[in-house]
Design a protein. Structure first.
Length: 203
């Protein structure tokens, strides 16, 4: 499942480093929002960003995997802190995830990997393998849409078999498929020698 969507929009053409810096600033701004009105404004800006990138059609797919989490979080926050807090906290989460999704839709993973590696390069002086850490970060970014895609596949398969079953009937196949994907990914990394320990300096 490849999340990158080729295009010629301003977001596609923006360097990966600038997009990551913008995402960081946007995340900080979203965390500072403390009202439903502010969340609505942040959501509106997010929608405009998707439209300007020619990816408005992809917006529902970014939100859909969060629906049950949103329902549970809103209910929990409403019971413990009130509806205003529920909307604000949940809205922050949704906006943050959707903004991160926009980065993966408009940026190749290899470009993100290159930025992470450059940022972490100074840490080599203290023994940190910047390339491996960058690879882990890139894999973490890729894991979110992959698991979301597996969830959709499990749901569709469940619907094809008939009426909806229990939560266990949905969760177990999803966990199994996720573990199989992790095993396949691990085998691919091993085949490329990425499990080898980093060289010891001075040898």
């Amino acid at each position: 499942m490849n999340t990158f969507v080729p295009g010629r929009s301003w977001l596609h053409l923006l360097p990966a480093s600038a997009k990551l810096a913008g995402l960081t600033a946007a995340m900080v701004a979203v965390l500072l929002v403390d009202s439903p009105a502010g969340i609505a404004a942040a959501g509106g800006v997010t929608v405009l960003l998707y439209v300007s990138a020619g990816l408005a059609y992809a917006l529902p797919a970014q939100v859909r995997p969060l629906r049950w989490l949103v329902v549970g979080l809103v209910a929990l926050q409403a019971l413990t802190a009130g509806w205003t807090a529920a909307v604000t906290v949940t809205g922050r989460l949704v906006v943050a995830v959707v903004l991160a999704g926009l980065i993966t839709l408009t940026t190749r993973v290899v470009d993100l990997l290159d930025v992470f590696e450059r940022v972490l390069r100074p840490l080599r002086r203290v023994g940190v393998d910047s390339e491996r850490v960058a690879l882990v970060l890139a894999l973490a970014i890729r894991a979110v849409p992959v698991v979301a895609g597996l969830a959709v596949e499990v749901r569709d398969a469940q619907r094809a078999r008939g009426p909806r079953g229990s939560v266990r009937a949905y969760a177990v196949p999803l966990v199994v498929r996720t573990l199989r994907h992790a095993d396949a990914l691990g085998e691919a990394l091993v085949a490329r020698g990425l499990d080898d320990p980093p060289p010891v300096r001075g040898r």
